[in-house]
Design a protein around this ligand. Structure first.
Ligand code: 13P
Length: 247
């Protein structure tokens, strides 16, 4: 089996303040070393101070969204070049909250992933089904459709992305997919990635949705789960560190 280093990414969503961030980041630095790779995706306005706090460390940082456009009259948008300049290693694209509240389509998500890669920022592409879709037996169809749009757009660069499986019904609900449920979907996604790129065995597929210190180890022990995309628990240093240790 290919060795894939675990990756744990915090998604702060719209949380934080300069004071709270400084405290959280210094606690994360103090909690090193980690066995896997660790990153935080912060609100764009905090990227520069996050970069300053983490510079010279082995922690990485990133953003939570990016424009599909390179530059221009797009009020309120942030370009991939700007993220690259802020030292971002990662950007989350296609999070279910953006798909739901900002009507982001599979095609738009794919264009954003492409814009990020063009500037050397690794997109963390989120896919996941709603509860209604799961109950209707559509999980596989939905996640494969979401991923396939990105694979087609990225073409030979598709192997450069990170994928995150985040079942919508497990986000912020305290309801986690069981390790077996998550593994089953991860295996489907890996097969799809491998068929498209020939490099599926080396690509990272993260799980996200109510990952906590007490369930992280069993999730990360699954064959195709390469780490986590952590929401709520990434805001508390002790919990995020405990999750990172579980990797
Ligand atoms: P929670 O960990 O708060 O469920 O959020 C998951 C998520 O959406 C990460 O992107």
């Amino acid at each position: 089996m290919a060795q894939r280093r675990k990756l744990i990414v915090g998604n702060w969503k719209m949380h934080g303040s300069r004071a709270a961030n400084a405290e959280l980041l210094s606690a994360l630095l103090a909690g090193r070393p980690y066995l896997g790779d660790l990153a935080v995706c912060v609100p764009a306005v905090y990227l520069h101070e996050t970069a300053a706090a983490l510079a010279g460390s082995d922690l990485r940082w990133g953003a939570q969204d990016v424009s599909e456009h390179a530059q221009g009259a797009y009020t309120g948008e942030v370009s991939a070049a700007m993220l690259a300049e802020a030292g971002c290693r990662y950007v989350i694209v296609g999070h279910s909250e953006r798909r739901a509240y900002h009507a982001e389509s599979d095609e738009l998500v794919a264009a954003k992933a492409q814009a990020a890669l063009a500037k050397g920022v690794t997109p963390i592409v989120c896919v996941g089904e709603t509860l209604a879709q799961r109950e209707a037996g559509e999980t596989e169809t939905v996640v494969k459709r979401q991923l396939s749009a990105v694979i087609h757009r990225l073409a030979h660069c598709a192997a450069e992305m990170v994928v995150a499986y985040e079942p919508v019904w497990a986000i912020g609900t305290g309801r986690t997919a069981s390790p077996e449920q998550a593994q089953a979907v991860h295996a489907v996604l890996r097969a799809q990635l491998h068929a498209a790129t020939g490099r599926g065995a080396t690509m990272k597929i993260l799980y996200g949705g109510s990952v906590k210190p007490d369930n992280a180890a069993t999730l990360f022990a699954q064959a195709d789960i390469d780490g986590g995309l952590i929401g709520g628990a990434s805001l508390k240093a002790s919990e995020f560190i405990a999750i990172a240790r579980a990797a």
